[in-house]
Design a protein around this ligand. Structure first.
Ligand code: UDP
Ligand code: MG
Length: 319
């Protein structure tokens, strides 16, 4: 039959984990399924999430906790879970990994449906959010622009509105496991592997049970920059093209001013024009130095080949 490993990343979700486990277990009973293991990744929570998880682990079976030493971010937490399953269970012939959030925005009932689809032979089940009850207009506008820009400049198409709620068959787990780069984004990595086999189901995401979204502006900004730079070198090419255009433009401008000074006899200092042109090109240079810096910075981090994260595995030996 094959097991399903749930990978649930939790960062300051003390008030949600217990409710989530309860709901999941009642769903397991409903569909009469017992081939599961819940792998919680505690992503350096500063509240009592870990204590809560240990408590839950005492009362329910098949729960493993991966305790990250600090907050490495959601993508890393998912990676830690995936790598754990890929190495720990590599002899198992058949298994699947199911990613979900800890805040009950990913309905457990839908997870059961994903399991059933997998048992029917689907190898990759993705979800698409048709409407998120939790998001305001600001978030929507931000999200739309984000994906628009992203797909315009990135080489790998990143699907829109695809939350981190998905089921991967063993073969996909092994493929993703091979990608060992520092900058990671699951959406992009899946596109890299290929999405031909994907089966997509729609769902309406409910409000998070309690607490607030853990993605602040800075984290979103980092995700946006990451996802462009990680999957594309277009910004570098863009810099070259702008540079060439700028050169042509400044030559034209030079020609025009020479022509102007010959034909017109009024005294002109041209100071303001000079200033404008200078500021424009200086800021362009700074901008593209920044772009270059982003890439070089990543190379710098990548060549060190440091471990992506540090953690401890907490198991309950009794059950
Ligand atoms: N999360 C995490 N590490 C982080 C930020 C978030 O593990 O640094 C987890 C969080 O606990 C939740 C999931 O990732 O289970 C999604 O986060 P959140 O609900 O804040 O994002 P949103 O649903 O608002 O996009
Ligand atoms: Mg959420």
């Amino acid at each position: 039959m094959g097991k399903v490993y749930f990978i649930i990343s939790a960062y300051n979700e003390e008030s949600n984990v217990q409710a989530l486990v309860k709901e999941l277990y009642s769903e397991f009973q409903r569909i009469n399924f017992d081939q599961y293991e819940l792998i919680f990744v505690n992503d350096g929570s500063t509240d009592a999430t870990l204590e809560g998880l240990i408590e839950v682990q005492k009362n329910f079976k098949n729960i493993v906790i991966i305790n990250q030493t600090k907050n490495f971010g959601h993508e890393m937490a998912m990676t830690a879970g995936l790598n754990y399953v890929a190495t720990e269970h590599h002899q198992e012939k058949k298994y699947a990994v199911l990613f979900m959030d800890a805040d009950l925005q990913h309905p457990p009932a839908l997870a059961m449906k994903m399991i059933q689809l997998w048992q029917e032979g689907k190898k990759l089940v993705l979800t698409q959010r048709v409407n998120n009850e939790d998001t305001g207009i600001r978030y929507k506008v931000l999200g739309n622009t984000y994906y628009w820009i992203l797909n315009m400049i990135s080489d790998v198409k990143i699907p829109r509105n695809m939350p981190d709620f998905r089921l991967l068959d063993k073969k996909y787990v092994q493929w993703i496991h091979q990608l060992n780069e520092n900058d990671r984004m699951f959406r992009g990595m899946l596109s890299l592997v290929g999405l031909k086999e994907a089966h997509i189901i729609d769902f309406v995401a409910p409000k998070r049970l309690s607490g607030t979204s853990k993605y602040n502006f800075l984290k979103l900004y980092k995700l946006a920059i990451d996802s462009v730079i990680q999957f594309s070198i277009k910004p570098l090419r863009f810099a070259t093209i702008i540079g060439i255009l700028g050169c042509i433009l400044s030559f034209l401008f030079l020609g025009y001013s020479i022509y102007n000074s010959i034909t017109s006899h009024e005294p002109k200092t041209g100071f303001l024009t000079l200033l404008t042109v200078m500021i424009f090109f200086c800021s362009l240079i700074l901008l593209f130095l920044g772009v270059l810096g982003e890439y070089i910075g990543r190379i710098h981090i990548e060549v060190k080949k440091r471990p992506l994260y540090f953690n401890e595995i907490i198991k309950n030996e009794e059950n």
